[in-house]
Write a protein that binds this ligand. Structure first.
Ligand code: NAD
Length: 306
């Protein structure tokens, strides 16, 4: 079996060698295409592979059609909006993700961004604290569960809204469950977004929800920028000088923020929620093991397409 790890962003070297070891011991051939700059390089590299691991790299219909022998593609990460699942199914390719493997890195980033902001970027001036503040979790998946652990360490009040998880499963974490997203935005000074990006959630957080937040309000988005309705975001920023947006990657409208809302935002230069050595190792090795397990035992546990 020939397996390609294709990643536009570099992977931690220790993660690459751990992935290599998994394939070596299974007797699979392992190839690395890292920091590639053109789609053509990827199209060429996929032509004779049986398995593919990617990170945020786009796995489009064109890539899948060029990968004539491909049986399985694994997204080393949680969100899989970069993979065309319908095209995978049409080309008889199994698609998987590696849920939970990079969640801790993302949960820690939520608090890194919050603390950085409420302490004024460590500028020597007066800041505020997290203790006793309310944080709402918009969606309650793997990342949110770890956010809860950390939030409790800061003695915060935690609320969650996730209509797809039974209330009892959320209450087990010792937090409050809310039935409507609006209720959560109304109560919480901080809201951390952990929604997956899909047709139902794209642009689902906009003026209506944000305008409900008490003052001062901070939105933390470590999920996807496309979840935010940016017209609504700008509208509420114009109306509410107390509103702050912390996002793991710049929104499309970042120029407006830079021009008009100084001190009210923080955007990472490159998506970096999962950019830790540990997350790279966890997600990369999980992806490699899932590929081996699929080819040897037919295990499709983490399949995400039909
Ligand atoms: P997850 O799949 O474990 O959880 C997603 C949760 O969203 C599920 O509990 C689901 O029930 C809930 N949900 C779906 N639609 C909803 C809706 N309309 N309203 C409320 N809840 C809804 O995902 P996760 O590991 O917690 O990650 C969340 C997202 O964060 C991922 O989809 C990914 O896009 C993003 N992420 C970003 C980074 C990064 O590098 N910044 C890293 C990992 C994950």
């Amino acid at each position: 079996m020939k397996i390609l790890l294709a990643t536009e962003k570099s992977f931690a070297p220790v993660a690459v060698s751990s992935i290599g070891e998994v394939f070596d011991s299974a007797g699979f051939e392992f190839i690395l295409l890292e920091n590639y700059k053109s789609k053509e390089l990827l199209l060429d590299a996929v032509s004779d592979i049986d398995g593919l691991i990617v990170r945020s790299d786009l796995v489009t219909k064109e890539i899948l059609e060029a990968a004539k022998k491909l049986k399985i593609v694994v997204r080393a990460g949680a969100g899989y909006d970069n993979i065309d699942l319908e095209a995978c199914t049409a080309n008889k390719v199994i698609a998987m993700n590696t849920p939970g493997q990079n969640s801790n890195a993302v949960a820690e980033l939520v608090f890194a961004m919050l603390l950085h902001h409420i302490r004024g970027g460590f500028n020597g001036k007066m800041g505020t604290e997290l203790r006793g503040k309310s944080i709402g979790l918009h969606a309650f998946g793997n990342v949110s569960k770890l956010v809860v652990e950390i939030a409790k360490g800061f003695s915060m009040y935690v609320y969650a809204y996730d209509p797809f998880i039974p209330d009892t499963d959320i209450r087990k974490y010792g937090i409050k469950v809310l039935k409507r997203a609006e209720e959560m935005y109304r109560i919480c000074h901080f809201v951390s977004i952990h929604l997956p990006l899909n047709n139902a959630t794209r642009k689902s957080v906009g003026y209506d929800l944000l305008s409900k937040m008490p003052s001062p309000a901070i939105i933390v988005n470590t999920a996807r920028k496309e979840l935010i309705d940016e017209d609504g975001l700008i509208r509420i920023f114009e109306e509410r000088p107390d509103m702050v947006y912390l996002s793991d990657v710049e929104p499309e409208c970042s120029n407006i923020f830079k021009e008009k809302y100084k001190g009210r935002y923080l955007f990472t230069a490159k998506k970096m929620g999962a950019q830790t050595e540990e997350a790279n190792i966890n997600a990369g090795v999980a992806a490699a093991r899932q590929i081996v397990d699929y080819f040897i035992n037919g295990n499709e546990t983490f399949r995400i397409n039909k």
